[in-house]
Design a protein. Structure first.
Length: 614
């Protein structure tokens, strides 16, 4: 029982004691005889009653002479109606009035409201103060993990070798702080882990604590901010006080953007007295107020560094940033080997081949892939997970769950078949395009009536204008096939058009690939929105005129229309192949790479072992 509960029950016990004392004083200290109402009437008739106090149910008074028991004061309960009492007296019946005990009822009428008030107060205290009630509302919610609790080391983290190399220096500093100070250097106070969601930032922080064998204080940035102004700042102070008492230690703040969002952007941070801003100010003060030689290291993680306050990122606070990016193919192989150790595999499973199926996957995506493959193998009653299960798992993650119960009428199935074969045939016809792995008219996911999966042969980080145009032609292959075969438009190309438009707009406004508008960036990188002392226009604002905006729209439309025209021309030239492949797709519902190459009459493009899903 904590101190708050003890205080509450103390006051309840004191109230009961006070009521009991009043009752004893009224009943025991002052001797009062309780007599029947008939005896009172007899005493009244004999003239022995000196005085009487009358209430609606009771009579209390004093006698001229004491009763045989020695009391001179009496109390009795009235009997109503008076006529009934007179009749009882005529027949010589001894009678008295009876009522329910009133002491307990009166007691509860006072105590129950008090107990209800105390209960509501304690409940609100728990809800608002989370772990410790209202008295603990400023306490930190950080969970303390010691080395045995984390159970994570660098051996459990794969695919991010560069980030591990950066953090090994932090581990060495926590183990031997004096070694790093012999030449006058000091470790950075804060290390910021930056990267997309699912790349293993939190896992890396736990691995640092596990390697260094030091306490690990972990808290989310959102847990600092509460409805009361000043609570978050108090929690920041409490967190650092706890960590100082257990130094050397690591303080890890996950989702730092929830706490460290830039001030002065929008209306939420403009006042200077908001809870979030006071919490951020306190964090900045704490970062300035400790020496890295004390053995404290601050780690933080975010996937939105562009919205962080510049004061957090300046030298002396979070003065080192570690990029935890999506793994490349060798990195995916390392991550898969870690997760595949927990799964019973068939002899045909190769981590290199599975890694080739998953370009762009993060560590969390790869863990989910292995789990999905194991579930698929279990569902079909297999003894081990095969390579086919991994291929089906990739399709399920990329395209969604199969929905064979979604029945399409024959006309819609035909339109979907031509649409998907349009994508596939354009990809097979253009040199340098990603190979087509599979085409299907089996509905998957939300609203997808069919799908075409391309398999990049390698990870790409730069693209030329010609390559972007080829990708746009493949995206528009479905719309072009509908125009060639039916000469009408349908809603099936909505997602394709959105992606093509986004690509064309990026070519014009970000990549400077427009001859009309020149090599000028009309769309800023989101990171620049908080750069400098004066905030620049926000992500939805623009700093160019209407004439330039009209020119951008015109250029984007010209690129999209020109790409569609070339795609339609390509499919018209290969109309016979399109018709034959669409009929085969209607018969089989799914065509793999070998069948597509046979139908298109072209040799297979050179592919690496274990192709990748796009």
């Amino acid at each position: 029982m904590n101190k708050q509960k003890f205080n509450a029950w103390y006051w309840v016990a004191a109230l009961f004691g006070l009521l009991a004392v009043q009752y004893v004083a009224a009943v025991v200290v002052q001797p009062v005889a309780t007599i029947p109402y008939s005896q009172f009437q007899q005493l009244l008739a004999e003239g022995k009653v000196a005085e009487v106090g009358v209430s609606d149910r009771f009579l209390q008074g004093a006698l001229k002479e004491p009763l045989p028991s020695g009391q001179t004061r009496f109390t009795t309960t009235r009997v109503e109606p008076p006529e009934f009492a007179e009749e009882l007296s005529r027949h010589g019946v001894r009678y008295t009035g009876q009522v329910e005990s009133t002491f307990l009822r009166d007691l509860l009428s006072w105590v129950l409201p008090v107990l209800l008030f105390v209960g509501v107060w304690m409940w609100l205290g728990r809800r608002l103060g989370a772990q410790g009630g209202l008295m603990q509302i400023g306490k930190s919610k950080a969970k303390v993990y010691v080395e045995a609790d984390t159970g994570v080391t660098f051996a459990d983290v794969a695919g991010v070798d560069e980030a591990k190399d950066e953090l090994r220096e932090v581990v060495d500093f926590l183990r031997e702080p004096e070694r790093y100070g012999r030449l006058g250097g000091r470790m950075p106070k804060g290390v910021l882990l930056v990267g997309p969601p699912g790349t293993g930032k939190t896992l890396l922080a736990k691995a640092v604590a596990g390697e260094a064998k030091v306490p690990f204080f972990s808290i989310s940035g959102a847990e600092f901010v509460e409805m009361f102004v000043g609570v978050g700042a108090a929690r920041v102070r409490d967190l650092f006080e706890q960590a100082r008492t257990r130094a050397p230690a690591i303080i890890f703040i996950d989702e730092l953007d929830a706490l460290g969002r830039a001030r002065g952007i929008g209306g939420a941070y403009g006042g200077g007295h908001s809870e979030a801003e006071q919490t951020l100010n306190q964090l900045l003060v704490e970062l300035d107020g400790f020496d890295s030689r004390s053995g404290l290291v601050i780690l933080a993680a975010t996937n939105r560094p562009e919205i962080l306050d510049p004061a957090l990122l300046r030298a002396g606070r979070f003065d080192r940033q570690v990029l935890v990016d999506r793994p490349d193919r060798p990195g995916r192989v390392q991550i898969l080997k870690v997760h595949l150790r927990k799964v019973k595999l068939a002899p045909d499973v190769d981590a290199e081949a599975v890694a080739g199926l998953t370009p762009g996957f993060t560590g969390a995506d790869l863990a989910n892939l292995v789990n999905e493959a194991a579930l698929l193998a279990t569902r079909r009653g297999a003894e081990a997970v095969t390579m086919t299960d991994f291929g089906n798992a990739v399709e399920r993650i990329v395209a969604g769950l199969e929905k064979r119960n979604r029945l399409l009428n024959p006309k819609e199935r035909e339109v979907v078949a031509y649409h998907e074969m349009g994508h596939a045939l354009v990809a097979l016809s253009l040199p340098g395009s990603d190979p087509v792995h599979k085409v299907s008219i089996i509905p998957r996911g939300i609203g997808a009536l069919g799908y075409t999966i391309q398999l990049p042969t390698e990870d790409r980080f730069l693209m030329t204008r010609e390559e972007l145009e080829r990708k746009m032609m493949v995206m528009l292959g479905g719309r072009a096939a509908e125009l060639v075969v039916y000469n009408h438009l349908s809603t099936g190309a909505a997602n394709d058009l959105q992606r093509v438009t986004d690509t064309a707009r990026s070519m014009v406004t970000r990549y400077g690939m427009s001859e009309t508008l020149g090599s000028v960036a009309y769309e800023r990188d989101p990171r620049s929105f908080i750069a400098g002392p004066t905030p620049l226009p926000g992500p939805h604002e623009r700093d160019f005129g209407e004439a330039t905006a009209n020119a951008i729209d015109t250029e984007v439309r010209a690129i999209v229309d020109g790409t569609l025209e070339r795609t339609v021309q390509l499919l018209r030239e290969r109309r016979e192949v399109l018709e034959r492949a669409a009929r085969r797709l209607l018969e089989k519902e799914t065509l793999d790479e070998a069948e597509l190459i046979e139908l298109a009459g072209q040799p297979a493009a050179p592919m690496a072992k274990g192709v990748a899903a796009g």
